[in-house]
Design a protein around this ligand. Structure first.
Ligand code: SDX
Length: 435
């Protein structure tokens, strides 16, 4: 097949240059510009990477126009309804859904690593009880590297696999510990015979004072929540993990960098911000005040955004938002909260926004974060913990992407260049002569 190319002509008479055009299995082609600087002494310029592919990847594919999300080729709608989270972890890590025998081996290999070192609890004591869980989690995840020296060599595939299992297994324990610390309750040790999501629910809500009944409907909802958040192409926190790991640092440190990035309200912190936005509208008068709020959002000087709306890639409905809204119905019905005023407010806000030209023109649709807060709140999870639970779910995606990068023969340390706009060379004036 003849090689596709793209040529660049310069109006200043510099010689035109040609680059290969590469095709993936589906989705946009890329122009391979790796030789651009060598050939022209020029860089490309793309702050925010709106038109830049940072890597090749076989893990997750998003078609923003179709509202399509595939993990290793499987549609998210099928995974979220036909699989559980640990099957999805196997898929993301090893490239395919487990056979029954593989699942029988994989699940216990994760569940028997759910405990953390007893010393970890003393880290928490250094924090105030009202510390944000993401501040605690960023610290705890990075600290794991100090407890597992046998699995910190990024370039050893077996050590990467061990650290992957440890991180996936221990994130629920660390998140639950940060919650128990904030409410002054004793930590609840993992019960490895429970399901992954069931064990997390028990560590969160059980106390030593009596039995805890796992509610299977809520566990299923949480397990689906984890599936929906497991990976998402080269988003900000995944790109952070790749950049961090490209220096050769250990996997725990790279995942801690991902946790720190996810915290931002434009990214994983949007679920916390979206629920607080609904609380604010409710406090100001509820549905009757939606018009006023939308007007504020449209007024750029207000700096108010409709949290849980918009996405860099989805210019159509986020398929995860649809599944999250269905999960909302299930959880609220199970808990007898079908009249939950906040859910009704969210649906009213969604309806108005989807009909408003300002949002339609800008292709702003609800994303995964718009409904996820309502599900978590109904389950009893405090708002401040929402992003920590997003990080719990996304850990497997970060690890899969890190592994793919390290195994890529083209992998190099990430080192972008810049368009320099600062002062040209100048000499230092002695202090006594500076005006
Ligand atoms: C996640 O990348 C991922 O995949 C992330 C994620 C994942 O799974 O990893 O999907 C998870 O982070 C989802 C997104 C969660 N964030 C939010 O819900 C916060 C609110 N959304 C915005 O901050 C924004 O939509 C972003 C950050 C998500 C996307 O921003 P872009 O792609 O940089 O778009 P933009 O800021 O250039 O916006 C284009 C226009 C602008 O208006 P104009 O200058 O054209 O007039 O749309 C406006 C923006 O002002 N706009 C919004 C808006 N989002 C964009 N206006 C009001 N409310 C919003 N939410």
């Amino acid at each position: 097949m003849t090689e596709r190319t793209a040529s660049l002509k310069f109006s200043d008479g510099s010689p035109a240059v040609t680059f290969p055009v590469l095709s993936g299995s589906v989705g946009p082609q890329v122009i391979d510009i790796r030789s651009l600087y060598g050939k022209t002494g020029k860089f490309t310029y793309d702050p925010g990477f709106l038109s830049t592919a940072s890597c090749s990847s076989a893990i997750t594919y998003i078609d923003g126009d179709k509202g399509e999300l595939l993990y290793r080729g499987y549609p998210i709608e099928e995974l979220a309804t036909r699989c559980d989270f640990l099957e999805t972890c196997h898929l993301l890590l090893y490239g395919d859904l487990p056979t029954p025998a593989q699942k029988e081996a994989f699940v216990p290999s994760v569940m028997r690593h759910t405990m953390v070192h007893e010393q970890m609890q003393f880290f928490l004591r250094g924090f105030r009880r009202d510390a944000h869980p993401m501040a605690i989690l960023t610290g705890l995840v990075g600290a794991l590297s100090a407890f597992y020296p046998d699995s910190i060599n990024l370039h050893d595939a077996r050590q990467r696999e061990i650290s992957a299992i440890r991180l996936i297994a221990k994130m629920p324990t660390l998140v639950a510990m940060s919650y128990k610390y904030s409410v002054g309750q004793p930590y609840i040790y993992p019960q490895n015979e429970l399901s992954y999501a069931g064990n997390f629910m028990r560590m969160m809500f059980a106390t030593p004072c009596g039995p805890y009944e796992v509610n299977e409907v809520l566990v299923r909802a949480l397990d689906r929540f984890f599936i929906l958040h497991a990976d998402h192409e080269q988003n900000a926190s995944t790109s952070t993990v790749r950049m961090c790991a490209s220096s050769g640092t250990n996997p725990f440190a790279a995942i801690a960098a991902g946790v720190a990035c996810l915290w931002g309200p434009a990214h994983g912190g949007a679920n916390e911000a979206a629920l607080n936005m609904l609380y604010e509208i409710q406090a100001e008068g509820g549905a009757a005040k939606i018009g006023e709020f939308i007007a504020k959002v449209k007024d750029k000087s207000s700096n108010v955004k409709l949290m849980g709306f918009g996405h860099r890639v989805y210019k159509n409905y986020d398929p995860r938002a649809k599944l999250m809204r269905e999960t909302c119905y299930e959880v609220l019905n199970e808990l007898g909260l079908h009249d939950d005023p906040l859910f009704k407010l969210a649906m009213a806000l969604e309806k108005i926004a989807l009909e408003d030209d300002y949002f339609v023109q800008r292709k702003l649709y609800p994303n995964v974060d718009f409904y996820s807060g309502i599900v978590q709140r109904a389950i009893g999870i405090p708002v401040q913990l929402f992003t920590a639970i997003f990080a719990l779910a996304r850990t497997v995606g970060w690890i899969a992407q890190l592994n793919e990068m390290v195994a890529d023969p083209e992998y190099k340390i990430g080192r972008p260049r810049q368009l320099y706009t600062g002062s040209p060379r100048r000499s230092v004036v002695p202090l006594a002569q500076r005006a």
